[in-house]
Design a protein around this ligand. Structure first.
Ligand SMILES: Nc1ncnc2c1ncn2[C@@H]1O[C@H](COP(=O)(O)OP(=O)(O)O)[C@@H](O)[C@H]1O
Ligand SMILES: [Mg+2]
Length: 255
């Protein structure tokens, strides 16, 4: 479904060129949930932006199956960390959901808007609210509805729960898990939380300084069978914290 081959993304800065992503290759099968994990600055968001076509300076190839041009824009949708920043403050939920339908020339607005809200657990009374009238979790539900309303094949999630309270994180993770299952979506999830990847993903790439240092089945993370020294240190460093976090999240992702 997704093929990334020798992707390099170079940014020019005052201090010279920086390779945010260096020679990265990976493959994600149709319907798979793939995780990208690594410390801040390791290049995770840059990869997602390249996949959504937002990075003009990228070298290498990024292929998303059977799509191209305008269709590709619609087929790949993204959800960001901060739902407040990503929702237009002066748009009602209704306007927020109508916009992508209009841009993609999709009809039956009323029906699709009500259905999209229902799918993310919000009833139709939310349609005419503004972002400041919603909780953080409700805002993230609206952002997810906006991504799904155009029926994408690929959903890119950039730290979708890390700005939320712990109790709300579990709700959103459960919602994403259900949507993944029901819609046969291909997902790439960026997170620094190993409990979150092992809850949602079957395979994970560990990133450091712009490169993938190891690719693992999630079972190996649970069993702590990790070859690469850096991956192991990441796992150990977060282990005590993860146990607590998992308990607090109320998700079945014990490491
Ligand atoms: N537009 C940009 N211009 C210059 N440097 C950037 C830009 N975007 C990201 N970077 C740099 O690229 C590296 C990777 O960033 P990013 O992909 O955001 O990492 P992550 O999402 O893993 O935290 C960082 O060193 C960051 O400072
Ligand atoms: Mg990031």
């Amino acid at each position: 479904m997704i093929d990334v081959d020798a992707l390099t993304v170079r940014f020019k800065t005052n201090a010279g060129a920086v390779d945010a992503v260096r020679d990265v290759s990976f493959h994600v099968a149709q319907g798979e949930a793939f995780g990208l994990v690594g410390e801040s600055g390791s290049g995770k968001s840059t990869i997602l932006r390249a996949l959504s076509g937002l990075t003009p300076g990228a070298q290498g190839t990024v292929r998303i199956a059977q799509q191209g041009g305008v269709a590709q824009k619609r087929a790949v949708q993204m959800v960001f960390q901060d739902p407040y920043g990503s929702l237009h403050p002066r748009f009602t939920v209704d306007q927020t959901l109508r916009e992508p339908l209009r841009i993609n020339r999709i009809g039956q607005h009323e029906e699709r808007i009500v259905n999209a809200l229902r799918e993310v657990g919000l009833n139709a009374s939310f349609r005419f609210r503004y972002p400041h009238q919603l909780s953080g979790g409700q805002r993230q539900r609206v952002a997810i509805a906006r991504a799904l309303i155009v029926e994408p094949r690929v959903l890119l999630l950039d730290e979708p729960t890390s700005a939320l309270d712990v109790s709300v994180q579990a709700e959103i993770l459960n919602l994403l898990k259900r949507l993944h299952r029901e819609r046969n979506l291909t997902m790439i999830l960026v997170t620094h939380n190993l409990a979150v990847v092992s809850f949602l993903c079957s395979r994970v790439a560990i990133m450091r300084n712009g490169v993938i240092v190891e690719e693992l089945d999630v079972g190996k993370i649970r069993a702590q069978e990790v070859d690469n020294e850096y991956s192991r240190s990441l796992l150990l460093a977060t282990n005590g914290y993860q146990r607590k976090a998992v308990g607090a999240l109320g998700i079945d992702a014990a490491l």
